[in-house]
Design a protein around this ligand. Structure first.
Ligand code: SAM
Length: 218
């Protein structure tokens, strides 16, 4: 099978990717780093950019469509524009941007994108981003903590996608038939039952812990 040259082999909008990757360090809400600490976690923006540009053809692979260097450069700029928007944290769940990016993957893989396996998945940045881009993602790691993080991030949420929460409070308010989108229902249950566990733990063993005043960080 003829291998097309991929965008990552030719050029990337590195400034945009680097800036978004650096910015992620200060994001505290909704980032997997707040799920569990992982020491060698890679930025999601970098993983997203690398996976996408490894699947999307460089325009020079299609001389029939882009015969001149100028035409290739213009098409590359169009792809850079998609990638620059794709790596933005705010666009992580933007269906418009994701669909545009996925359409390029489909176009360049004949509608049959490959599955992705990360055998050293660690904090899961690579399989998570592969899944976001619509690929079948597999994660593997020697360390059971990394395995647990990956299960929590890429295996369990899709099983409960678009399902209504189970907790009685939500059901009483919203009814069992109205399901929020994606993993929002699961997140609602994790929040509810997490609170319940905290309250129960406090009831049973709270008295064993003295109340202390924690000084504000300096
Ligand atoms: C640099 S970390 C991966 C970081 C990951 N890309 C991320 O974004 O969080 C390397 C991982 O390889 C795992 N590892 C090392 N040797 C391994 C082996 N022989 N088989 C499977 N995993 C291994 C480590 O447990 C560690 O989680």
């Amino acid at each position: 099978m003829e291998q097309k040259k991929k965008l990552i082999e030719v050029a990337l909008p590195l400034e945009a990717i680097n800036a978004e990757s650096a910015r992620e360090k200060s994001i505290r809400h909704g980032h997997p780093s707040t799920l569990h600490l992982w020491w060698a976690r890679r930025p999601l923006a970098t993983a997203r950019a690398v996976i996408w540009s490894s699947l999307v053809d460089d325009p020079s692979s299609h001389p029939e469509e882009f015969p001149t260097e100028e035409a290739q450069r213009a098409e590359r700029e169009r792809l850079f524009d998609i990638l620059t928007r794709l790596v933005k944290w705010e666009n992580s769940n933007d269906e418009g941007v994701l669909n545009e990016a996925k359409a390029e993957i489909m176009k360049c893989t004949g509608g049959n994108p490959p599955a992705l396996l990360d055998p050293f998945a660690g904090g899961g940045a690579i399989p998570l981003e592969a899944q976001r881009l619509g690929l079948e993602a597999h994660a593997h790691d020697l360390n059971p903590v990394a395995v647990m993080i990956n299960k929590a991030m890429i295996e369990i949420p899709p099983k409960f996608a678009n399902r209504a929460p189970m907790n009685p409070e939500w059901r009483a308010q919203m009814g069992a038939s109205s399901a929020p989108k994606g993993a929002a229902g699961l997140a609602e249950d994790v929040r509810y039952y997490g609170e319940w566990m905290k309250r129960e733990a406090y009831k049973r063993i709270g008295h064993l812990y003295p109340k202390v005043q924690v000084a504000p960080p300096t």
